[in-house]
Design a protein around this ligand. Structure first.
Ligand SMILES: Cc1cc2nc3c(=O)[nH]c(=O)nc-3n(C[C@H](O)[C@H](O)[C@H](O)COP(=O)(O)OP(=O)(O)OC[C@H]3O[C@@H](n4cnc5c(N)ncnc54)[C@H](O)[C@@H]3O)c2cc1C
Length: 371
């Protein structure tokens, strides 16, 4: 009989990537690690560049299978369909159930939209959908009539995707009219008003329009319906309506917040099921809910790495202390980046150069570990 203890990592997202790069340390502690993920890691920060044609899949992905197997751990290309917390087991789509001594969930988030979205809209997540969208538009015959595009949502992802769609269509020589629709009063509502002013300046030269104060209530094959009852012709509809955790957590009977996120304490550990940890977009951090941004997923990773090993060794856990401020730079698709940090808001070419440098450095660091 084997006397190893098994750690299962579900999802190979921004939070688990750091752990995957240090899997040898788990083995040295006498642990068997199994990683379950449906495919490679996609870095979201470069997603808009991927759409706009300034990045290629090789710039934006990490081969996690190679990373895991080169460390002597087990990789299962699969998805978890149910967590059985009382049995300390997970069910998978294509493999038999697996038991764990500790489980870490980094299953990210999904986007849902108004009725009809699933059939007729393209979500901005998973990031691989942005590449598919680029390929679809590139292979589509050019039309003299402008392509009518609706982007639902005027948050960070909505404005980056709208700007980079415009960039792509410009390269392709395809006329377009893009409308960003949002119920808010202004785009980027969670940022100082200056951010919206700079965005307007970026969009002004192009056929990209903002329709604020409106909600899309239905998506169809050739139009979207607004809450006013009006219809907006739309050849292509993009969903950037904000994210929520996957249904898996609630349907498995885990303790979740109202939005379905796994409840965790400051140790990133579920209070009801101490063998279960979580990080990234799929958690509800009990001390105070965190914005669903990659920055938190990445910062949680070293704490998660420590705590999983400490939990299995019976030594003290460490608390995650979220930073209050963080730097965000959006790629606006016009060669500039919109940077926000504390009260600083600026738009410049250098901001985008800096973002691209930071993003490439992040991905390349982990690509090198997969070698
Ligand atoms: C267009 C866009 C641009 C963005 N830009 C930025 C940015 O510049 N900076 C920033 O901080 N944030 C950005 N974000 C937000 C960022 O993408 C998320 O906060 C980040 O991806 C969260 O990382 P994560 O580790 O929680 O999940 P993810 O990195 O999304 O990984 C989750 C993983 O879990 C896997 N998974 C899901 N379900 C299962 C299952 N049942 N079984 C097995 N595996 C499963 C998925 O396949 C995926 O690999 C952006 C988002 C978008 C949409």
């Amino acid at each position: 009989m084997n006397d190893y203890r098994r750690l299962i990592l579900v999802g190979a997202g921004h939070a688990h990537l750091h752990l995957l790069s240090r899997l040898r340390e788990y083995r040295q502690s006498g642990l068997r690690v199994t990683v379950i993920a449906p495919g490679p890691f996609w870095y979201s920060g470069l997603g808009p560049s991927l759409l706009g044609g300034d990045a290629e899949p090789g710039d934006d992905t990490v081969d996690v299978r190679r990373m895991v197997e080169s460390s002597g751990a087990e990789f299962l290309e699969d998805v978890v369909t149910r967590i059985l917390p009382d049995q300390h087991a997970v069910s998978l789509r294509d493999h038999p159930d697996l038991n764990y001594d500790a489980l870490s969930l980094n299953v990210g988030s999904c986007i849902t939209g108004p009725p009809g979205s699933e059939e007729f809209a393209t979500p901005v997540k998973p990031i691989s959908r942005l590449l598919e969208l680029r390929q679809r538009l590139t292979s589509r015959p050019r039309s003299a009539r402008p392509l009518r595009i609706t982007v639902i949502g005027a948050g960070d992802a909505g404005v980056e995707v709208a700007g980079n769609l415009r960039r792509l269509l410009g390269h392709l020589g395809q006329a377009y009219r893009i409308t960003i629709v949002s119920p808010g009063r202004r785009p980027l509502e969670n940022q100082p008003p200056r951010a919206a002013e700079l965005l307007f300046a970026s969009l002004a030269p192009f056929e990209v329009h903002l329709l604020m104060g409106h909600r899309v209530t239905q998506v169809g094959p050739e139009a979207v319906t607004l809450d006013s009852g009006a219809s907006l012709a739309s050849d292509l509809t993009i969903l950037a309506t904000g994210v929520h955790p996957p249904e898996l957590l609630r349907s498995s009977g885990l303790e979740v917040a109202d939005d379905g996120a796994l409840k965790v304490n400051s140790f990133l550990q579920n209070p009801n099921h101490p063998r279960i940890f979580g990080a990234g977009d799929c958690i509800h951090f009990d001390e105070h809910p965190l914005p669903r941004i990659g920055v938190h997923a990445v910062r949680q990773a070293p704490v998660l790495h420590h705590n999983l090993r400490a939990f299995l060794a019976g030594t003290p856990l460490r608390a995650y202390r979220p930073q209050r401020t963080y730097l965000l730079i959006r790629n606006l698709g016009d060669g500039t980046g919109l940077l926000t940090w504390r009260s600083l808001v600026l738009r410049s070419r250098w901001a985008l150069v800096f973002k691209n440098w930071l993003d490439a450095r992040f991905v390349q660091r982990y690509q090198a570990k997969g070698g």
